[in-house]
Design a protein around this ligand. Structure first.
Ligand SMILES: Nc1ncnc2c1ncn2[C@@H]1O[C@H](COP(=O)(O)OP(=O)(O)O)[C@@H](O)[C@H]1O
Ligand SMILES: [Mg+2]
Length: 322
């Protein structure tokens, strides 16, 4: 794919399709999306609960884990109806890590809060077209995509909240995203969909369009019912709209290796739900939380930090499962 112009730390992004110059004001992101600095830097000790090699490679065609050029696109919905579990951070950072590995990646922002869109440095309110226009049938995904230096994005804005209402009255409402992605996904190796904090129709669209689901969760509450509810929704989606949907696994985010609680929660999630955890857990680090304010992921913000390394390793292990 051709790449657009973009200055990362600077103030300008050019949308290739429209030629629109967008101001990238990271402070807007900080105001709308970032939580106050978490201030906890962990001393990350490598904790390997389940290595991906224990899980095994799930598709026989990909024994070394690197899909050959021209192989089919994998669509991954990153979902958990709980807010603040690092869905957006995980999509952005894995997308950057896979791009570093030479993959063509499309990110889809399916949250009206548009935090992923802000995290790329774009300003949703200034965009002429967003994924909302795709849901309304006013634009194609190829008209909306922002082609950036890093991974491309189908951006969102608060308007997307209106799509939920529009979809309520539409026949075939679960399939709108799947149909929209059909126009564009062949240009990419992997499509990562950032879901919002609900199990509503937008998330059902993501699960219907996806081959796989990845479930980030914060390993801090024992007997958390959230993952179970999500797995029930996934079962419903398999039953009604996407029988091939596979759960790729869970990702432990904001992990504090100094406490036993996190490890107990991981074991609880595996035992209760049979969910595979993809290694490694991502350590809690203020460097991760700071990154979106700069319009970048932790891979650029703190290249050699433990969190950046963990996300790179996670991306590699994830690729091996596709
Ligand atoms: N590993 C981490 N360490 C510290 N803060 C993190 C980490 N991952 C995410 N965060 C912060 O946690 C908050 C919630 O993350 P976010 O990705 O927006 O969650 P979600 O998309 O699930 O709502 C954000 O402020 C983000 O910067
Ligand atoms: Mg989010």
């Amino acid at each position: 794919m051709g790449r657009g112009t973009r200055s990362r730390g600077g103030s300008e992004i050019v949308h290739l399709q429209t030629g629109l110059h967008l101001s990238a004001d990271p402070r807007k992101y900080v105001k709308k999306c970032a939580e106050p600095s978490l201030g906890l830097r962990t001393s990350y000790r490598a904790f390997r609960f389940l290595r991906y090699t224990d899980v095994g490679v799930r598709r026989a065609s990909s024994s070394v884990g690197i899909p050959s050029i021209g192989s089919m696109t994998s669509v991954i919905a990153v979902a958990n109806q709980k807010g603040g579990v690092a869905k957006t951070t995980t999509v952005h950072t894995i997308a950057e890590a896979l791009t570093e590995r030479g993959r063509e990646i499309l990110m889809v922002d399916l949250d009206p809060q548009a935090c992923l869109t802000y995290a790329t440095g774009a300003v949703p309110d200034d965009l002429e077209l967003t994924i909302h226009d795709v849901f309304l049938g006013r634009a194609k995904a190829t008209d909306v995509v922002l082609e950036l230096e890093g991974p491309d994005i189908l951006p969102s804005s608060i308007d997307l909240a209106g799509s939920e209402i529009h979809l309520l009255t539409k026949t075939g409402r679960e399939f709108v995203l799947k149909r929209a992605l059909a126009d564009i996904k062949d240009s990419y190796d992997i499509v990562l969909i950032d879901c919002g904090p609900s199990l509503g129709i937008l998330t059902v669209n993501a699960l219907t369009a996806a081959d796989y689901v990845l479930i980030p969760f914060q390993a801090e509450t024992l007997s958390d019912r959230g993952v179970g509810q999500l797995l029930e929704t996934i079962d419903d989606v398999r039953h009604y709209t996407n029988e091939d949907l596979a759960v790729l696994g869970g990702v432990a985010t904001m992990f504090d290796s100094r406490t036993n609680l996190g490890k107990r929660v991981l074991i609880d999630v595996v035992e209760t739900h049979g969910l595979v955890i993809i290694d490694p857990p991502i350590p809690r680090s203020v460097r991760v939380a700071e990154a979106p304010g700069e319009g970048v992921s932790v891979l650029q913000h703190a290249r050699r930090s433990r969190s950046a390394q963990a996300y790179r390793e996670l991306a590699e292990n994830l690729e091996a499962l596709l």
